[in-house]
Design a protein around this ligand. Structure first.
Ligand SMILES: Nc1ncnc2c1ncn2[C@@H]1O[C@H](COP(=O)(O)OP(=O)(O)OP(=O)(O)O)[C@@H](O)[C@H]1O
Ligand SMILES: O=P(O)(O)OC[C@H]1O[C@](O)(CO)[C@@H](O)[C@@H]1O
Ligand SMILES: [Mg+2]
Length: 325
């Protein structure tokens, strides 16, 4: 009986890179080949679909990448793909090359592109790969665990020097408006204040008074964790120093958080999601995102997935206020 599912699939990474994307690419390529499909790797996100920047993959193309950060396929933010003309160019490339299924590893923006391409007739499946962990329908996204461990290691180092100098250290943590990375780093590093977008926050009440009362308890060094884009951390450091008398320095962790060897957890997650994505395409199913929910791999319609909301864990935030004093 003739197969109805995909016979030749593509895989691409899109948006900000995330450690573990390579493990996802490897899983997609090896699983597809094992199932008798042909596989190609699309370079530089959706740009590669528009320009035809595409390489043939075999089982050895993905050797020695499992433990590497970044993405062997490169990634990009491709503005042209937000327009219908860009999507049609991508569809044409797929048709010309006989690509009848695509796996996109990226964040929420990348999933919008995946949906558009599915609606245009190319079955496309998304896998969450972003350090921000802002994919509402998934407990975790590929890269979050590694970025968290990287941020924790960096803040532990800041803590050593802050402690030695009796200083306050304000640290800015990535997240693109989502506080997951900041909250978990703040908890794991014992930050005396954690400032994320999702909660009501007052600098005088939640930082200045907290430092003063904590200082009166005998503590002389402080970590303040702040989500990226909320405030100017250098100005905040000056304000803290002026109002508390505690010498204060600011550090922006920046893109350090996106690099490095993926943790075992991210590699396992990427492998599970990659295999499930191929299994969907094998059945001819597209317009889905493959995610992890309570340690089970599940898939959702992309639009439904994008409409879901995931706040931060408010209870955890309150717990941190009680404990990190
Ligand atoms: N509305 C849209 N329609 C079609 N394609 C889109 C849309 N939004 C984003 N994309 C495509 O997805 C790419 C990545 O989107 P975005 O920059 O939002 O990153 P992301 O996938 O959310 O990942 P991260 O937030 O982790 O960097 C965009 O550059 C564009 O090519
Ligand atoms: O690499 P760029 O384009 O500077 O993007 C930075 C953004 O990407 C992320 O690292 C991942 O979405 C965000 O945390 C951050 O806001
Ligand atoms: Mg995003």
């Amino acid at each position: 009986m003739e197969k109805t599912g995909a016979k030749k699939i593509g895989v691409l990474t899109s948006g900000g890179d995330a450690p573990g994307m390579n493990a996802g690419i490897r899983a997609v390529v090896r699983c597809a080949i094992a199932k008798g499909m042909e596989v190609v790797g699309v370079h530089h996100g959706y740009n590669g679909l528009i320009n035809g920047d595409i390489e043939q993959m075999d089982v050895r193309s993905v050797s020695e990448i499992l433990h590497r950060g970044g993405t062997m396929l490169y990634t990009a933010r491709c503005l042209e793909f937000k327009e219908q003309a860009g999507i049609l160019k991508g569809k044409e490339t797929c048709e010309k090359m006989g690509i009848d299924g695509l796996v996109v590893i990226g964040g929420d923006g990348s999933f919008r592109g995946a949906r558009d391409l599915s609606l245009a007739g190319i079955p496309t499946v998304g896998i969450p790969g972003t350090i921000d962990n802002d994919i509402s329908c998934s407990d975790f996204s590929i890269g979050f665990d590694t970025a968290l461990n990287t941020a924790v290691e960096a803040v532990d180092r800041l803590r050593d020097t802050s402690q030695s100098h009796d200083r306050c250290s304000v640290v800015e943590i990535m997240g693109h408006g989502a506080g997951h990375l900041t909250l978990d780093t703040g908890i794991a590093c014992g930050a005396c204040a954690i400032w994320v977008n999702e909660v009501d926050f007052d600098v005088d009440r939640d930082i200045i008074q907290k430092i003063k009362s904590t200082a009166s308890n005998g503590k002389h060094h402080f970590i303040v964790a702040v989500g990226e884009g909320i405030t100017d951390v250098h100005a905040l450091a000056k304000e803290i120093e002026t109002k508390t008398g505690v010498e204060t320095r600011a550090t922006v962790l920046g893109h350090i958080q996106r690099g490095g060897t993926p943790t075992a957890r991210d590699r396992v997650l990427a492998t599970k999601l990659g295999v499930h994505a191929v299994e969907l395409l094998e059945k001819g199913i597209g317009n889905r995102v493959v995610v992890i929910k309570g340690n089970t791999v599940v898939d959702y319609d992309i639009l439904e997935a994008l409409q879901m909301k995931k706040g931060i864990d408010k209870k955890l935030f309150e717990d941190a206020k009680l404990i990190n004093i």
